[in-house]
Design a protein around this ligand. Structure first.
Ligand SMILES: NC(=O)c1ccc[n+]([C@@H]2O[C@H](COP(=O)([O-])OP(=O)(O)OC[C@H]3O[C@@H](n4cnc5c(N)ncnc54)[C@H](OP(=O)(O)O)[C@@H]3O)[C@@H](O)[C@H]2O)c1
Length: 331
């Protein structure tokens, strides 16, 4: 691959910072790297491969000479600046939800539907973080036995709501231990010694937007437009890495032993399933790691034929930065 001129939009954020780790770790061929954010962090310097790079203010001229722009600054910024980046000749890999359900925009998890990038017209969307972790585990099961329905509950880390939310989790726990009140801003509810069943806003039918993303994005990535996916998304006082409890109904029976073998050999998945030795996926073990870990596999008791399992993965890494860099590599 020829070295590329790369820009990161949202370089000071939780995902933006992780981009730097992933680009360096994967030895992505970089001719130049431009770091962009809001005026709040302009002038800060960030270490990258032995250099100290400045963060610049995002503006209309930011994409001159850029080949690949990795966007991670929210939907409004993507809607405004992705067309500007395209007009300057850059291909955009977008981490926000702005373009994910646009039929003209590929929504890609490279281990699952890499062929989808071929049809891009300048923008490729990176799926929702919980959805990426889920489809990595669903894909080998679907190929072997056909997916009929999915019921999933998420246990989402504070960092899923950004850098400020991660800091708020720490400060609010410290305040609680001192017996002091704490007024959260980035998080929707108190998270110290608490969990709450709301990620994103509520929709008229009682589901949240995050739960809708898990339904519609899973359908688009797997190419299963009618797949029922019933999600409940919950914020938990974990700093980094999402976990999910998943029950699937299959078209054909699939033994637990066969499912284990399929998952052990699936790209992007790590089988972690030895309950007798207390081996199962946990967020604390997945921070900074690439695969999604799957375990607690058992025959479903309600959805039949089916399987029930648990997974955990780093939503900043595979759920955001790594998946986006893998898309850039495909491009
Ligand atoms: N956190 C996750 O686990 C995760 C996973 C998948 C996808 N995503 C998506 O990735 C995006 C970023 O999430 P995050 O968690 O990294 O959020 P974050 O920690 O709050 O970072 C937001 C970044 O966007 C920048 N930004 C905000 N408004 C801007 C503007 N008007 N112009 C230029 N830069 C602006 C911020 O710059 P300043 O620091 O200068 O304000 C910061 O660099 C969101 O779309 C989110 O939905 C997040």
């Amino acid at each position: 691959m020829n070295p590329r001129h790369v820009a990161i939009v949202g370089a000071s954020g939780a995902v933006g910072q992780d981009f730097l780790h992933v680009l360096a770790a994967r030895n992505f061929p970089i001719a130049s790297l431009r770091l962009l954010a809001s005026p709040r962090s302009a002038g800060q310097r960030v270490p990258f491969r032995g250099e100290s790079l400045p963060i610049e203010v995002l503006g209309p001229d930011s994409f001159r000479g850029i080949d690949v722009a990795l966007f991670s600054a929210g939907g409004a910024v993507s809607r405004q600046y992705a067309p500007i980046a395209n007009a300057a000749g850059a291909v955009v890999v977008d981490n926000s939800s702005a373009f994910r359900m646009d039929p003209a925009v590929p929504l890609v998890v490279p281990e699952v539907n890499p062929e989808a990038v071929r049809g891009h017209r300048g923008i490729v969307a990176n799926p929702n973080c919980s959805t990426i972790l889920l489809v990595l585990a669903l894909w080998p099961l679907h190929r072997a036995a056909g997916l009929r329905a999915v019921v999933v509950s998420t246990y989402q880390a504070a960092s899923g709501a950004g850098q400020q939310a991660m800091l708020e989790l720490r400060s609010s726990i410290a305040a609680a231990l001192r017996g002091e009140a704490f007024a959260q801003k980035a998080l929707l509810q108190p998270l110290a010694f608490n969990v709450f069943p709301q990620v994103d806003v509520f929709l008229p039918d009682g589901y949240t937007k995050e739960e809708d993303k898990m339904l519609y994005e899973t359908r688009k990535i797997l190419g299963l437009p009618d797949l029922p996916v019933d999600a409940t998304c919950v914020r938990v006082p974990v700093e980094r890495c999402h976990s999910e409890s998943v029950a699937v109904q299959l078209e054909r029976p699939l033994s637990v032993a066969m499912a284990r073998e399929l998952l052990a050999n699936a790209a992007g998945v790590e089988l972690c399933d030895d309950p007798a030795n207390k081996e199962y996926p946990m967020p604390i073990r997945m921070a900074g790691r690439d695969p999604v870990a799957v375990g607690r596999l058992r025959e479903g008791r309600v959805l039949s034929p089916g399987l029930t399992f648990w997974l955990a993965g780093d939503q900043l890494r595979k759920g955001a930065s790594l998946n986006a860099v893998q898309i850039a590599e495909l491009l």
